[in-house]
Design a protein around this ligand. Structure first.
Ligand code: SF4
Length: 337
C-alpha cells in the first residue's frame, strides 16, 4: 500500500460518527473516508458524460460488452460500436449464436481483436451455463473467458450497482494524488490498489457504485495524467497532492507505446483485408497489405496462432469459421501455412 503522507485531508478528517453511506473499517486507508464520496458523487451527478452504457435500461450484459471494449480503446471509438453491438446482439445468446467472422467484422477497428473472440466465448458460457444471465457473483464472473478482476468488479458495480472496489488506471491516479499526495500512482500493486479503493467506498451498494463511476470519471476528465485540471476539480480543497505543493513524481515511468510500424499495426492491416473481403483471400492479397515480407509473415503466423485467421488447404486465408462465397473453401482449414 502506498505510504500515507501526513497532511492528507482525507486521512486526517475526523467526525463524531460515520456519515450515512460510509463506514469505518479497521486498517483501512482513511479513518472515515467520507469526504471523497460527499464531494465526488454530487459532482458526478452534474457533470458525468452521457455515455451510452450509462443510460437507463443498460443491462449487465451491456456493461460487460462495454468493459471488454474499453479495456484498451478510448470511449469515443467504443461508443458507436457498442451501440451497434447491443442493437444486433441484445442478449448473450444472440452473440453466442453469431459466427466468429461476423463478430470480428463487427469489432471493426477497436484493436486487440482477441478481445472479440473472448467476448464471444464469454457470451457462449453465459448462455449455456448461466441461462443467458450475466452472473452477479464475483467467482462466477471470474470463471468466464476473458474476464479478469477489473472486469468482474466493474460488472458488479456498474451492471448490478453493488459495492465492489474497481481499480483502473484513472482511479489509481486519483487515489495516488488526492489521498496519498503522490504525483502519480507508479506501477500497479494489485492487492494494495484494491485495498486502497475499497477503503474509500461508502457502505451502501448504490452509493458505492456511483462513487466508483465518479472516481473513474474524475481521472478520465479532470485528474488526467499529464495536465490535471485542478482549478475545476471538485476535491481541490481536500487534495493531498495540492496540500503538499504538487511534488513532482519521481517513480518509474511507463514508456509511451508507439503504433506505427509495429506488429500490431501490421496485424491490423492484414485483418482489414480479411474483414473487407466477402470470403477467403489469396496470399497475394495479404502480401499487398504490408511491404516488409519478414514482418508480414511473422504477423500472419501470429494471427493463425491466435485463431483470428484460418488457412485453407488451397492456400487461401479467411476469418475463422468462414467459407468461400460458394461454401466450398478448398478442403477446409489446414493446421499451418
Ligand atoms: S486537485 Fe488536481 S491533483 Fe487533486 S484530485 Fe483534483 S485534479 Fe487531481
Amino acid at each position: 500500500m502506498l505510504r500515507m503522507r501526513s497532511g492528507c485531508p482525507f486521512l486526517e478528517r475526523t467526525r463524531p460518527g460515520p456519515l450515512p453511506g460510509s463506514r469505518r473499517r479497521r486498517g483501512t486507508l482513511c479513518g472515515v473516508p467520507a469526504a471523497l464520496p460527499e464531494l465526488l458523487v454530487p459532482w458526478f451527478d452534474e457533470h458525468a458524460r452521457d455515455l451510452p452504457w450509462r443510460r437507463p435500461g443498460t443491462t449487465p450484459w451491456g456493461v460487460l460488452v462495454s468493459e471488454f471494449m474499453l479495456q484498451q480503446t478510448p470511449v469515443s471509438r467504443v461508443a458507436p460500436i457498442w451501440v451497434e453491438w447491443l442493437r444486433r446482439w441484445p442478449r448473450p445468446s444472440d452473440l453466442a449464436s453469431a459466427g466468429q467472422a461476423d463478430v470480428l467484422r463487427a469489432w471493426g477497428k477497436l484493436g486487440y481483436p482477441r478481445r472479440a473472440l473472448r467476448l464471444h466465448a464469454a457470451a457462449t458460457a453465459i448462455a449455456e451455463v448461466h441461462a443467458d444471465r450475466v452472473p452477479d457473483d464475483l467467482d462466477a464472473l471470474l470463471a468466464l473467458p476473458g474476464v479478469g478482476p477489473y472486469t468482474a468488479r466493474a460488472v458488479l458495480a456498474f451492471g448490478y450497482r453493488r459495492r465492489a472496489a474497481v481499480v483502473d488506471t484513472n482511479i489509481r491516479r486519483v487515489i495516488a494524488r488526492a489521498v496519498h499526495g503522490a504525483g502519480d500512482a507508479g506501477p500497479a500493486r494489485t492487492a494494495a490498489d484494491l485495498a486502497d479503493a475499497d477503503a474509500l467506498l461508502p457502505a451502501d451498494d448504490p452509493t458505492a457504485a456511483r462513487f466508483s463511476a465518479a472516481l473513474m470519471e474524475l481521472g478520465a476528465c479532470v485528474c488526467t495524467a499529464r495536465r490535471p485540471r485542478c482549478a475545476t476539480c471538485p476535491v481541490r480543497q481536500r487534495c493531498a497532492w495540492q496540500a503538499a505543493g504538487r511534488p513532482a513524481y519521481t517513480g518509474p515511468v511507463k514508456p509511451a507505446q508507439r503504433f506505427t510500424g509495429t506488429d500490431r499495426q501490421v496485424r491490423g492491416r492484414l485483418l482489414d483485408v480479411l474483414r473487407d473481403a466477402p470470403g477467403p483471400v489469396t496470399r497475394a492479397a495479404l502480401d499487398a497489405a504490408w511491404h516488409d515480407a519478414g514482418q508480414r509473415d511473422r504477423c500472419v503466423l501470429s494471427l493463425l496462432d491466435d485463431r483470428l485467421v484460418e488457412q485453407f488447404a488451397d492456400g487461401r486465408f479467411a476469418l475463422p469459421g468462414e467459407s468461400g462465397p460458394s461454401g466450398a473453401a478448398g478442403s477446409g482449414p489446414s493446421d499451418r501455412p
